[in-house]
Structure formats: C-alpha cells, structure tokens
Design a protein. Structure first.
Length: 201
C-alpha cells in the first residue's frame, strides 16, 4: 500500500539555446544532456512549446542550489561549444544568467514488507541506486518502527518518473515475496499418515 503524492520544496533554473544548437546540446540519444543530469543529480527537460521561436529552453530541476548551479554551468559549456561549431547567436545572446527559482517536486511513499526490503535495496543498495538512476528519481529508504512498516520515499519532478519507480519497487518486492513463498512451500515437511489422521487423541 502506498501513500498519496505530496508536494516538496525543490529548486529550478533555465538555460536557453538557439534552436540550431539543440541537437548538439542534447547529443546522440540524449547522451550529452543526460550525462550532465546524472553527474549533477538533476532532472533536465527540453521546453520547446513554440516551434516558431528561434530559442529553446532547457528546464533544470534539482534538490539543492549547488546541484542546479553545476548543471547550469555544464549546459552553458555545451551551448558555447555548439556556438563555436555553428555560429548562430552572435551579439543576440539570450540572458542565461544563473537564477534559481523555487519549484515543486512530488513525493510518494511506498511501503513494503520487512522481509522484502533486502531485495529492493540490493547488495550495498545497488538495486535501489539503479532504480533511482533509471527513473530519474531520488529514493530514500526509511526504516520501519513499531507503528509503521519500512518505507521508500520517492521524489521527482515528473509524474511518469515516480510511477515507473513505484512500479519497479513493487515489482521487486513482489518477486521477493514469490521467492519466499516458493521456498516456504518447498521446505515444508511432508504430511505423514499421523498428521492426516489428526495425531494422537
């Protein structure tokens, strides 16, 4: 069972590049922009709603100002390299001064059985780290108490990212449950004639 989505404080910034430079900044199969995002623990999304505009914005979201600043600087470096390779901006450079704005991120808390936590975490947290990286979310494990079960806090900016993270966590937990169930049945002692008769009366 999982809680509803809640809103949490996060930070955002923006980098604007010439439309002809978007491909360079993104890179083949989004490799360049994804590398920046992973290195800085941010989420970067292209905002290209006006196809007639010669400028395209990249929205950066992160948990800290330091992360946002690092991503902003790396994106500017990509934009400068694109301009050097294919001059388009000239004297009409957009205002890419670093400005942080408060934005809202989403959080969802996913509860799992204590027996299934280990498989969701993986060796030294490796499985959970991979889930976080693959879904562009930030996932934190919260130990259970006498009153609450173990919980995974999943935070992100896009609803589809959180939904995918939840799907993976619950899928791994289900696999762990299935394995426990199979092992329990496999190692259960076979019934004897005395068991079926109800034992001694």
């Amino acid at each position: 069972m999982a809680a509803q989505y809640t809103q949490v404080q996060a930070f955002g910034a923006q980098v604007t590049v010439h439309r002809d430079h978007v491909g360079f900044v993104i890179g083949p199969k989004f490799r360049a922009v994804n590398e920046v995002a992973r290195d800085t623990n941010t989420r970067i999304k292209v905002n290209d709603t006006n196809k007639e505009c010669p400028w395209v914005s990249f929205m950066i979201g992160g948990r800290s100002v330091e992360d946002i600043k690092g991503a902003h600087q790396r994106m500017l470096e990509l934009a400068c390299r694109a301009e050097a390779a294919t001059p388009r901006v000239g004297m009409n450079a957009p205002n890419n001064q670093f400005q942080v704005v408060p934005i809202i991120a989403l959080e969802k808390r996913i509860m799992v059985a204590p027996e299934d936590v280990g498989m969701v975490l993986g060796a030294k947290g490796s499985t959970l780290k991979k889930t976080s990286m693959d879904t562009w979310t930030w996932i934190k494990f919260l130990k259970g108490t006498d009153n609450t079960p173990p919980t995974f806090s999943v935070r992100g900016f896009l609803l589809r990212d959180l939904e995918e993270a939840e799907k993976r966590i619950l899928g791994i937990a289900q696999e762990s449950f299935n394995r426990r169930t199979v092992l329990s049945i496999h190692y259960r002692a076979p019934l004897t004639v005395m068991d079926m008769a109800g034992g001694f009366k």
